[in-house]
Design a protein around this ligand. Sequence first.
Ligand SMILES: [Zn+2]
Length: 244
Amino acid sequence: MAKIFSILIFGLVLLFPSQTYAAKKIPILIYHSIAEYQGSGQKELYVTPENFQKQMEYLKENGFTPLTFEQWGEVDRIPKPIFITVDDGYKNNLNILTTFNRLRDTSFKPAATLFVISDFIGNPNRLSQADLRTLSASRMFSIQSHTATHPDLTKTSNLQHELEGSKLKIEQITGKPVIALSYPYGNTNRKVLEETKKYYQFGLSTTPQVFIQENKLNENFTLPRLYVKYSTTLADFAKIVLGQ
Ligand SMILES: [Zn+2]
């Protein structure tokens, strides 16, 4: 019986080699502001709450499973994993909670990773400590680090404050581990990467590609991300999440 089974598997591999061995595409989306554009700042860094909701509905209707980086080990067993990341910790990220509460049900559990700048927490227009605790307690958000002051890490002189300091401060607020870092401006280099590895398990760039897991050295510290912009239509979004 076992022999017949192995012959069957061998036959399947011969018939469908690409399906069997194709490296999985894992889309990691990047957002900034979820709000109506009011005329200040870069328009393309905004996505309206209405468009964001339609995008999340698309994911729900098309069988995607949003994950956070604590669940990285599950990507292989989940058919359509996707990571929703949001940089800079703007107050308008609270709009995401509203959308998630509307869409969550027994079949769809929304989840996003917020990369916050630890020294900016509580500033005007940014999430406060209380906001971060509320979001974290909803179990739909993972609060991670976007450094302490948002410098270009390849040029800063105080990597310890930016990397370790921000991690410790956020952990103190949420009471949960900080394991992922989003590099400001997507900038990193060998030195930054080596320092990041001391405190984190993941480093996210802004290289606009879909992630394909190949088990290359340091690939979890150069994770690419796909921009969702103000001008992104739902048809564009569908292509983005399929990695096309
Ligand atoms: Zn940023």
